[in-house]
Design a binder for this molecule. Structure first.
Ligand SMILES: Nc1ncnc2c1ncn2[C@@H]1O[C@H](COP(=O)(O)OP(=O)(O)OP(=O)(O)O)[C@@H](O)[C@H]1O
Length: 399
């Protein structure tokens, strides 16, 4: 078993580990985005296309594989056009990843939380409708319409007076950010999932709508039923006062940095992380792990560097060599034959000289992972002489 493992890992380089780590991170970000932010239809399309492609590869379905091969660009463009909103959310989410982020709501304290939870309890008891938004890490500007800037300290009387039915600002939503009532009278996007709001009206649909397209937490107090509902990540949950305080506390805690001021690394989502690493390792073994050594032969040009201006190479000068390289398949993927040359320093050549090589010393732009098996011819004769003066040449021509 140990011998098998050693054999398996023998050709591994540090670069391969880095390779797998980068792909794991990209896969993890994609999985989280697909799970939390992408629409159901994009999830279905992505899973469907991936499954079809893998099946086609596995069963060696020639036509389907060719269709993917040649139609990949068209498929990607179509997906980008159709799912542009999902992709935009994905990038917004990426820039708000905790790894890159420090606290955005540091000034919220337990006093604010107590005041907010007491306000919603009082409003629920008195059947006063209310809609309160607590932004997460994602920007909300794109989703909000209208509104009046308030920028006032959170307080129980202020919250009650804003949502009082006789108050001119009671319609719409209030945003509370960084411990302050930022804006009131905001219009939120409505959810299309009518079945989720169980007979409620537009206030609940607006709360659900914003929670579907952002990571904000939204509280709704129902004027009709006297209930308090909490919306997050497209989910509605009827809660009591104690739960309001607890959920708000968790929401603000998630966004705040650790006590020493450094950003916290997210430790949740272990399963998704494990799946991302597993898929990256599988992909690496499938696509990049090749132990069979192959040989390929290339015609490579000779480049003469540093030729002094008064010297010239006597024709016929050797222009190409035939180089045979060996290595594993992925190493050849790193070779660009058009950029590879045999580079000779012409300044070192005096008169007529025979240049030999066995190790491919003068080869440029050949990845170190590839071994030089042979260079043909094994030596070339190069002669350098002083340039003849133009006038002497033309006199001779006249004679
Ligand atoms: N898109 C919106 N953005 C913000 N607030 C909205 C939006 N649509 C409606 N509202 C608020 O909801 C109020 C209407 O509530 P409605 O009765 O239709 O909803 P509801 O979910 O049944 O709420 P309730 O249970 O309190 O009656 C409006 O007066 C307005 O204040």
């Amino acid at each position: 078993m140990q011998a098998f493992f050693e054999k398996l890992t023998e050709p591994l380089r540090y670069a391969d580990v880095l390779d797998v780590a980068i792909v794991s991170v990209l896969l993890y970000v994609t999985f989280v985005w697909l799970r939390d932010r992408a629409s159901r239809s994009l999830r279905i399309v992505t899973v469907g296309l991936t499954a079809t492609f893998l099946t086609a590869r596995w069963l060696e379905l020639y036509l389907t594989t060719m269709l993917f091969h040649y139609g990949m660009l068209a498929i990607v463009i179509a997906l980008v056009i159709v799912f542009q909103n999902d992709i935009r959310y994905g990038f917004e989410r990426l820039t708000t990843f905790r790894w890159f982020h420090y606290s955005s709501n540091p000034e919220v304290n337990s006093l604010h939380i107590d005041m907010i939870s007491e306000a919603v309890t009082v409003m629920a008891r008195d059947r006063i409708g209310a809609l309160i938004v607590f932004p997460g890490r994602e920007p909300l500007d794109r989703h909000l319409r209208g509104g009046v800037t308030v920028d006032a300290e959170v307080s129980l009387p202020l919250l009650l007076s804003i949502f009082h039915p006789k108050s001119p600002g009671h319609d719409g939503a209030v945003v509370i950010a960084s411990g302050r009532i930022a804006t009131l009278g905001l219009h939120l996007p409505l959810s299309q999932r009518v079945d989720q709001i169980h007979g409620s009206g537009t206030r609940h649909a607006a709360a659900l709508g914003l929670s579907e397209c952002s990571d904000a937490l939204v509280l709704v107090v129902s004027e009709e039923r006297g209930t308090v509902t909490l919306c997050r990540n497209g989910e509605l949950q009827v809660v009591d006062q104690a739960s309001v305080a607890e959920q708000l506390h968790n929401h603000f805690l998630e966004q705040s940095s650790s006590a020493d001021g450094r950003p916290q690394i997210q430790v949740a989502n272990w399963l998704t992380k494990l799946v991302a690493v597993a898929v990256a390792i599988l992909l690496w073994f499938q696509l990049a792990y090749h132990t069979d050594t192959i040989q390929r032969t290339y015609i490579i040009p000779i480049e003469y560097r540093n030729l002094p201006a008064d010297l010239e190479i006597v024709e016929p000068k050797p222009t190409h060599v035939q180089v045979t390289l060996s290595g594993v398949q992925p190493a050849f993927g790193m070779l660009d034959p058009a950029a590879s040359t045999v580079s000779l320093d012409a300044n070192q050549i005096s008169g007529q000289q025979t240049l030999r090589w066995t190790t491919g010393d003068h080869l440029k732009n050949v990845p170190s992972e590839l071994a030089v098996e042979s260079v043909e011819p094994q030596s070339i004769v190069v002669s350098v002489r002083k340039k003849r003066l133009q006038s002497v040449d033309s006199n001779r021509d006249q004679k």
